[in-house]
Design a protein around this ligand. Structure first.
Ligand code: GUN
Ligand code: ZN
Length: 436
C-alpha cells in the first residue's frame, strides 16, 4: 500500500508535562510530516520534499493525535440539554425515560450513527461509552464503530433496581447478556468491552456479585461505573450498602477496582477512598461540563494527584453539554480556577490525547503521533472563527495557541479527522463529493 504524507505543524506528547514550561514533554515539528501506511503511522519528522507518497498539505494547521473521551453515554444523545435540578431528578425525569427507546434496534442504529458523526465533527477518535441495558444497543454501537473502523470501548449497563421496569435487567440476565456481548465484540477489530454496572444505586448486591464474577472471568475487559458524583447519590448508596466503609468501599468489596477500571466523576471522595483508587490503579474520570451542568460539584484535581490517583477526562454526554474535548477542557480549566488550581494548556492537550490513552493502557496504539500507533489524528485551526482569527494575531507561542484553541475552539476548529489513516470529516461533510 502506498504511503500518505500529512504535512503540517505536528504536535505529540511523550509524557505528562510537569508545568507550563515543560517543553521536553512533547515533540513538535514546525514543518512536519506524518507518514501513514496501512492505517498506521510509519514515520514522523521534519517534512522532506524528496519523501515518496501522496502529500496532503495541512499547513498552517496543527496535526495532533485524535481526542479520546473516557466517559459518555451514546444513548443520551437526545437527553443533552434537559432541564433538571440535580443528578437523580435528571436521571429519573429524562434519562431513564429516553434509554427505554433503545429496546428498538432501529432507534439504536439511528442514534449510533448520528452520535459517531458528532464525535468525528469534534475531533474525537476514541470514546468509552455506556450503552443502555438492552444488548441490541451494544450491537448497534459496535457495529457502527466497526463500519467506521474506530477504536471504541463500550458496554451494556447492568441495572436491576431503582429504575423503570422496562429498563431493568436481573443479576442473571445482566451476567448472561454481558458474557455473550463480550464473546461477540471484545477484541473484534478495534472493539473493547467494558463491564458496566451503572452505579451502586441501580445494582442489587446480587448484580454486584455478578459483575465481580465477570471481572474475574474477563480480566482483559475494562470496567466502568459512576462514583461520588452527588451528595444525595452518596447518601442513598450508603443506605443501600450499610456495611461498606464508604462509597468507594462498595465497589472495593465487589472486586471492581483495578487498572482497567474507569470511575466517572469522583468529586466528593475522602482521603481513604482516594488512597484505594491509587492503590488499585483505578482511574478517576473528570467530567467538567456535566459536573457544572448538574451542579454536582468541583473535581479536586490537586488532591487526587497528591494522593496518587490516575486521572482522565471526559464529556459525559448527556449529563455533559458538549461533544467536544476542547470545550470540555475549557470548562475543566474553569472548574479548577474555582478550586484555586491551575490547568496549563500543555496539560490540557496531554490529558485529552496521551493522558487518556495511558488511562486505557493503550498508549502504544492511540494518543501519540508516533511510529507504530494508529493514524487516528485531528487537524486543528486556531483561527477558525472571526473571534479566534482576531485573537490569533497576538499569539506568540505554541502554549498560547493551544489555550486559544481550548478556550474559543469548537467543531469549526476541527479541520480534518483521520481514522486509521482515512480522512473522515471531509467525507462526512460531503466535501469529497462536492469536489469530485
Ligand atoms: N450515574 C448513574 N447513571 C448516570 C448517568 O447516566 N449520568 C451521570 N452523569 N451520572 C450517572
Ligand atoms: Zn456517566
Amino acid at each position: 500500500m502506498s504511503a500518505k504524507i500529512l504535512r503540517g505543524r505536528v504536535l505529540s506528547f511523550m509524557r505528562e508535562p510537569q508545568g507550563a514550561d515543560d517543553h521536553e514533554a512533547y515533540q513538535y515539528f514546525e514543518d512536519g510530516a506524518v507518514t501513514i501506511s496501512d492505517g498506521k503511522i510509519v514515520a514522523v519528522g521534519p517534512f522532506s520534499a524528496s519523501a515518496e507518497g501522496e502529500v496532503v498539505d495541512h499547513r498552517p494547521h496543527l496535526i495532533m493525535p485524535g481526542f479520546i473521551d473516557l466517559h459518555l453515554h451514546y444513548v443520551q444523545a437526545q437527553v443533552v440539554a434537559s432541564y433538571a435540578g440535580s443528578l437523580l431528578e435528571w436521571l429519573n425525569s429524562y434519562t431513564f425515560v429516553e434509554e427505554q427507546q433503545f429496546a428498538h434496534q432501529g432507534h439504536a442504529g439511528a442514534i449510533a450513527s448520528a452520535f459517531f458523526d458528532e464525535l468525528i465533527r469534534n475531533g474525537t477518535t476514541t470514546a468509552v461509552a455506556y450503552c443502555s441495558s438492552h444488548p441490541q444497543s451494544v450491537d448497534a454501537f459496535f457495529a457502527e464503530a466497526e463500519k467506521r473502523n474506530m477504536l471504541m470501548v463500550g458496554g451494556k449497563v447492568m441495572m436491576d433496581r431503582n429504575a423503570p421496569e422496562a429498563l431493568c435487567d436481573t443479576a442473571q440476565s445482566s451476567y448472561d447478556d454481558t458474557r455473550s456481548l463480550i464473546d461477540r465484540w471484545h477484541g473484534r477489530g478495534r472493539a473493547f468491552y467494558a463491564i458496566s454496572p451503572r452505579f451502586a444505586i441501580t445494582s442489587t448486591p446480587e448484580q454486584m456479585a455478578a459483575a465481580q464474577t465477570l471481572v474475574s472471568e474477563f480480566p482483559d475487559c475494562y470496567v466502568q461505573t459512576h462514583l461520588s458524583e452527588n451528595d444525595a447519590e452518596i447518601s442513598f448508596s450508603m443506605q443501600l450498602y450499610p456495611d461498606a466503609k464508604d462509597y468507594t468501599g462498595i465497589y472495593e468489596d465487589y472486586g471492581l477496582l483495578g487498572s482497567k477500571t474507569l470511575l466517572g466523576h469522583c468529586i466528593h471522595l475522602n482521603h481513604r477512598e482516594a488512597c484505594v483508587l491509587a492503590e488499585t490503579r483505578a482511574v478517576a474520570v473528570f467530567c467538567p461540563t456535566s459536573n457544572l451542568f448538574l451542579g454536582s460539584g468541583l473535581f479536586d484535581r490537586d488532591r487526587m494527584a497528591a494522593d496518587g490517583v490516575r486521572i482522565g477526562v471526559a464529556t459525559d454526554i448527556g449529563g455533559g453539554t458538549d461533544y467536544g474535548m476542547l470545550a470540555t477542557m475549557a470548562e475543566g480549566y474553569k472548574v479548577l480556577q474555582l478550586r484555586g488550581q491551575r490547568l496549563n494548556p500543555l496539560q490540557s492537550f496531554y490529558m485529552m490525547t496521551l493522558g487518556n490513552a495511558q488511562a486505557l493502557s493503550l498508549e502504544r496504539t492511540i494518543g501519540r503521533v508516533a511510529p507504530g500507533n494508529a493514524a487516528d489524528l485531528v487537524v486543528l485551526d486556531a483561527g477558525a472563527t472571526p473571534a479566534m482569527a482576531l485573537r490569533q494575531k497576538t499569539i506568540a507561542s505554541l502554549s498560547e495557541e493551544l489555550f486559544l484553541l481550548q478556550t474559543l475552539g469548537d467543531d469549526r476548529s476541527v479541520v480534518e479527522v483521520y481514522i486509521a489513516g482515512e480522512r473522515t470529516k471531509f467525507a462526512l461533510e460531503g466535501l469529497a463529493d462536492a469536489l469530485a
